[in-house]
Design a protein around this ligand. Structure first.
Ligand SMILES: *Cc1c(COP(=O)(O)O)cnc(C)c1O
Length: 400
């Protein structure tokens, strides 16, 4: 079957909730993916930062295979021999003392929302059903009804009401707006330390620390959604590490399994996650041994191969080189580590045509928010590969 045949099938039978570039990938390795027609591409999206460890990392695949032959799913009705080891690994790597595993990122966000509300009622003493959670404009936290309830993106909400109450949206990057939104019923401030889907938006320096201090002063949980910014993407293990803060909870997903299996988690402490009692919350697949085995090895790879350090160093290099490009289209190059956004001017007529031109040249990236090109390759990328990509990026960005 050719690309065209696959695309026809997909368009005919699949719901049209995505608008993918027309490349049909059949295999991948490290930073490279191959389509069904035998063409090879450098992946500069890394499945929205889920494959930070590179596609089909042999160690993670091996862990999956080994575990798949033993036991894949027990449900949490019984215990399994992998989940406790994942807890221990996450505790060693992040320092958080209590963990709740789920599958998709959205489920982990939902878990954090539930934990924050229940903490508000049971620990902070907020009157029942009055809890408020502060979030930011331009956020992305997934697609469930409760999560899109606090989105500021019209399309994410259009046609999906009625929405879940209890959220207050304040301008991202604006400390004063966040402080003013706090009431005695505020239980949490949940935000991305770098906004991914919003266009790789880095908040002003001091924002993380100032909002943290405000949360501490007001007994409000400070929760970072690091599903995309975390696990090395930003050049630190977590993007919150760029300032002197220690979130009460961190939400992770995507690269937690190196893109090999859906695994997400909320990392926190006993005061917060301790509010859950047996039966309060759960998931049939959450914490299953197959996902746990993949996640343990994915974390080992992140550390053994120094991918956080590589992201920091090569990210600086990549951004410096992008900044040197003299193109009338470029408005701003921003980001941290290998989490890079190139915002184009209005007159550039959208980022998609540049992504399509890059695809023709064997580089895969995806526009975010019409006018931003995101460069977020797997963190195993080498300098030579970035140099090769830059040659093409330079040429594409100066086209008319
Ligand atoms: C991708 C993402 C999510 C949702 O994760 P899914 O696995 O797609 O449900 C939540 N928050 C952020 C910041 C994300 O980038």
């Amino acid at each position: 079957m050719s690309s065209k045949d696959y695309i026809e099938l997909e368009e005919k039978y699949g719901a049209h909730n995505y608008h993918p570039l027309d490349v049909v990938i059949e295999k991948a390795e490290g930073v490279w993916v191959h389509d069904v027609d035998g063409k090879k591409y450098l992946d500069c999206l890394a499945a929205y930062s889920a494959v930070n460890q590179g596609h089909c990392h042999p160690r993670i695949i091996n862990a999956l295979k080994t575990q798949a032959e033993k036991v894949t799913l027990t449900s949490r009705a019984f215990r399994n021999s992998q989940l406790p080891l994942l807890y221990k690994k996450l505790n060693e790597v992040t320092g958080y003392e209590m963990i709740l595993p789920m599958n998709s990122g959205a489920e982990a966000v939902e878990t954090a929302l539930k934990a924050a509300r229940k903490w508000g009622y049971r620990v902070k003493g907020v009157p029942e059903n009055q809890a408020e959670i502060i979030v930011c404009t331009n956020n992305f936290a997934g697609r469930t009804i409760s999560i899109v309830s606090f989105s500021t993106e019209a399309q994410y909400k259009n046609g999906f009401g009625p929405f879940t109450p209890g959220f207050k949206v304040v301008e991202y990057g604006n400390v004063k707006a966040m402080e003013e939104a706090i009431t005695s019923n505020t239980v949490a401030f949940i935000f991305e330390p770098i906004q991914g889907e919003g266009g790789v938006v880095v908040p002003p320096a001091g924002y993380l620390k100032d909002t943290y201090d405000i949360c501490k002063k007001n007994n409000v949980l400070y929760i970072t959604d690091e599903i995309q910014s975390g696990l090395g993407r930003s050049g630190k293990l977590f993007a919150f590490e760029y300032e002197d803060v220690r979130p009460d909870a961190v939400i992770i997903g995507k690269a937690l399994s190196g893109g090999c299996y859906p695994v997400s988690a909320v990392l926190s402490n006993k005061e917060v996650l301790g509010v859950f009692n047996p039966g309060d919350h759960g998931s049939t697949f959450g914490g299953n041994p197959l996902g746990a085995a993949a996640a343990i090895e994915a974390l080992n790879v992140l550390i053994d191969e120094k991918l956080v350090e590589n992201s920091f160093e090569l990210g600086n290099y990549f951004r410096d080189e992008l900044n040197k490009i003299d193109s009338k289209h470029i408005k701003e190059v921003r980001g941290k580590g290998l989490f890079i956004g190139v915002e184009l001017h209005e007159e550039a007529k959208g980022a998609r045509r540049f992504c399509e031109a890059l695809m023709q040249r064997g580089i895969l990236c995806k526009e975010t928010h019409d006018n931003v090109i995101r460069f977020a390759p797997p963190l195993v990328i080498k300098k030579e590969e970035i140099d090769w990509a830059l040659e093409h990026i330079r040429e594409v960005l100066v086209m008319d």
